[in-house]
Write a protein that binds this ligand. Structure first.
Ligand code: ADP
Ligand code: MG
Length: 495
């Protein structure tokens, strides 16, 4: 069980003048969950793309199954049982579950004929491996994020995977969905599959990993057993700074000044009879799982929904927040959830990616795949999305999630809103930047800004909010205050 299945040694890689990786090494053993941690831009994805054969390293080697490579091709990587699941899962939303599970194998066959019978068998086998209970005919676009995640894993298992690499796979999952994912990871581990889990979420890393390798600025910091370090060390290895994770007590605000109040607020299909009050200078939490109505409530308060029933008051006066323009006039700001789209075009072949989305349309009725049409389609996409070769670098060099979020936040803070609503303020943001954002929010709230945070991150809510509305099934299931805001209470009220 302890054999090294995959190692990289002294890998360096630069892009133009940027040293993405400098002499990094890492060793993965069979049946272990090895976490690769590091702040955004520390080189994690670059290493993964080298392992998957997408990039060629400048120097160093990749050792797998007793073979040494100075570079690998994508098919060598796959043939050695290495599978990568990107953050967006790189699934094809227009296709069915069955097609998604089998299409890579089908394309890899290289034949011209598409056999639906063979595809069905491949899909069935993959699904059985992780007990996936999803309608094979369902369109992937219609499934939950968690189901999509499971499909991405099942698809990775089509090729007898020995190493499954998950690059920030939990970024858009709720806590419940993360639990399901962890169960599958445990099962894979039992079977001797090595998991490389790329994440900068401290709680998840400690929960799931056996070993951790830290990168900072493209260099190795340390590789250690997860049990050997605590949260402070984790933050230190990540950032190189001693971060005070200490608790400042959440701000209570001024309960005698209600800046915003909703009465029986109802938006059809989203939530019903919501009554909340927001105090001046507090950070009010709206907790709840995906689909609980929390996001919709936050958006409604920023004029992004049709209110069916109920009223909103600001400073005691009824207001009509019927549009975003109106909300802005009322000095309300809104920071949307930052969903990193990294990975979208990182799938190994852009052509296949795009073509595959339309495979049924690009195949004749007899099942012949039209390569020319696929190529034209891809060219169109490249133009639509302005993915010119010169622009690619710009795209990749875009700001990290944390920095993006700070920029958005700063933009709103500069408008000096009296109410700031944040939806998932630190999704995809690493620990250092997260703390900076928390500090910033606390500072503005203590100066009198009233803040609403909609989040499914329980630790975040607990850390920032003195009062929390926990939503479930479109209603407020609990209103917690002060000492009542505990992890357990938040979880219990949301499920
Ligand atoms: P992480 O996954 O840890 O967030 P990345 O591996 O994506 O980090 O990035 C490491 C560094 O390499 C960053 O500075 C990033 O801007 C740079 N980089 C990554 N890919 C490219 C590319 N294709 N072209 C230029 N720079 C890149
Ligand atoms: Mg990355």
């Amino acid at each position: 069980m302890n054999a090294g299945v995959l190692s990289v040694e002294h890998i360096s890689k630069s892009f133009g003048g940027v040293h993405a990786l400098k002499d990094v090494s890492m060793q993965i053993r069979a049946g272990e969950v090895h976490c690769l941690s590091g702040e955004n831009g520390s080189g994690k994805s670059t290493l993964i793309k080298i392992i998957s054969g997408y990039y060629k390293p400048d120097s160093g080697k990749i050792c797998v199954d007793g073979n040494e490579y100075s570079e690998m091709t994508p098919s060598e990587s796959i043939n050695h049982g290495i599978q990568v699941i990107y953050q967006d899962f790189s699934l094809f939303p227009n296709l069915s579950v069955m097609e998604n599970l089998s299409i890579n194998a089908e394309v890899a066959r290289g034949g011209k004929m598409v056999s639906y019978k063979r595809m069905r068998e491949t899909a069935q086998r993959a699904a059985e491996k992780i007990n996936l209970k999803v309608d094979m005919k369902a369109k992937v676009a219609d499934l939950s994020v968690a189901d999509k995640q499971m499909i991405a894993i099942a698809r990775a298992l089509v090729h007898e995977a020995k190493v499954i690499i998950m690059d920030e796979a939990t970024a858009s999952l709720t806590r419940n969905e993360v639990n399901c994912l962890f169960e599958v990871i445990h099962q894979l581990k039992e079977e001797g599959v090595a998991i490389v889990f790329v994440s900068h979420k401290l709680d998840e890393v400690f929960e799931i990993s056996d070993s951790i390798t830290f990168f900072r600025n493209g260099m190795n910091v340390i590789s250690c057993k997860a049990s050997e370090i605590n949260e402070e060390r984790f933050s230190y290895y990540m950032t190189g700074r001693e971060i005070q994770l200490s608790q400042t007590k959440p701000l209570k605000g001024d309960s005698t000044r209600i800046v915003l109040e909703t009465k029986n607020l109802t938006v059809e299909g989203a939530f019903e009879d919501v009554n909340i009050q927001l105090y001046k200078g507090e950070i009010f939490g709206i907790a709840g799982q995906l689909g609980s109505g929390r996001t919709e409530l936050a958006m409604t308060l920023f004029g992004m929904a049709d209110i069916k029933k109920g009223e909103i008051f600001m400073e005691g006066e009824p207001v009509n927040i019927s549009s975003v323009t109106k909300a802005k006039e009322l000095k309300i700001g809104y920071v949307p959830e930052d969903r990193l789209t990294e990975g979208l075009f990182l799938g190994q072949e852009l052509v296949e990616n795009v073509a595959i989305t339309h495979l049924p349309q690009l195949s004749s009725r007899a099942g012949f795949y039209n390569k020319k049409a696929a190529g034209e389609e891809t060219t169109q996409w490249i133009e639509t999305l302005s993915i010119a070769p010169g622009k690619r670098d710009n795209l990749a060099q875009k700001l990290s999630g944390g920095n993006q979020q700070k920029v958005v936040l700063a933009k709103w803070l500069a408008c000096n809103p009296s109410i700031l609503i944040l939806n998932g303020p630190t999704v995809g943001v690493d620990i250092g930047a997260k703390q900076d954002i928390y500090d910033l929010l606390n500072r503005y709230a203590s100066q009198g800004m009233s803040i609403i945070i909609a989040s499914d991150d329980i630790l975040e809510i607990k850390k920032l909010c003195n009062r929390v509305a926990v939503m479930k099934g479109g209603r407020i299931n609990a209103l917690l205050c002060g000492d009542e805001v505990t992890e357990q209470a938040l979880v219990e009220a949301s499920i």
